[in-house]
Design a protein around this ligand. Sequence first.
Ligand SMILES: [Zn+2]
Ligand SMILES: [Zn+2]
Length: 394
Amino acid sequence: MIKEKIQQLSKDIFNDVVANRRHLHSHPELSFHEVETSVFVANKLEELGLEYHKMADTGLVALIKGDKPSNQVVALRADMDALPITEANDVPYKSQNPGVMHACGHDVHTSSLLGVAKILTDLKSEFGGTIKLIFQPAEEKLPGGASLMIKEGVLENPKPAAVIGQHVMPLIDAGKVGFRAGKYMASTDELYVTVRGKGGHGAQPQQNVDPVIITAHILTALQTIVSRSADPKSPSVLSFGKVIANGATNVIPNEVYLEGTFRTMDEKWRSEAHIKIKKMAEGIAESMGGSCEFNIMRGYPFLINEEKLTARTRGHAEDYLGKENVLDLDIWMAAEDFAYYSQVADSCFYRLGTRNESRGITSSVHTPTFDIEESALEQSVGLMAYLAVKQLGN
Ligand SMILES: [Zn+2]
Ligand SMILES: [Zn+2]
């Protein structure tokens, strides 16, 4: 049985996967600068006798063909970039690059996909179909490595019938995984706003146009886009985390600067909301004698897990890990550039549990104390390899 063989191999290669993860963890590189990481992955693929192609500068794509006859193709995706965070963990594999840290677990995704490559290469005679391995750069930074890889043809020649990706999740115990069919993560747009008025002495408001009061109205009114214009059945979030007026107790400033985020899960509404948000802010500023420059930087689209593929994949995960170890995920309003694959191909993005409370491994991703329970790497490589061969119909 292929399942037992994969389970055995994932035990056999466990120490190598841990070593690869630790190497990557201690040598993190920022988005679009994954130069050494790319060389590391390339060398490992060469060791396995796999040919690879470079894409989007530091990205790599390789194919593993099973010996049995089949035209089926499935793509497996890992991201490789790290974050501008100084690691606070005191571990032997601590980041050696000052100010850069694998705080989102992309070291786990990359080392796991290398482990999957090893298992599937060893088992080539046991399955039919082609596995496309995607190692992409820059998940953490716009325009997103996924969008560049797709533009350069990563989903063509051969075209995968499904794209599967995994991501660490410190809310789920190691040994477990989570799935959600349908809409799962949000689109994310960045908002950059300048509200202009006419500054002056705080004691003479009649001679000025106060951009602080205009901003207060804009901030309050814009929330009605979410509460009154958005469909209550589909989530939307509008948050402004940066508001800089920079006057003084007795100084009305000339302008106020704002930064915020708009997130939703509907591409049509997303575009409509952009127009409404802009129009409302500009209209309020104008009606109060000021002006407003509203710039929206489009981020990643929303992520949708194709229903049938996700149901099937979830079933395979239950088969591999046991029903009790496969959980349901809730909608999450964070963004992920895997969404680009999900917009153009049937896709499934699931979560790998990496929490171990007894060892204090509970920190969120994107924090200086993020780490994983490494025993999860055994399930990580085994499960992904199993999901791939099952998706290929074996
Ligand atoms: Zn991240
Ligand atoms: Zn991530």
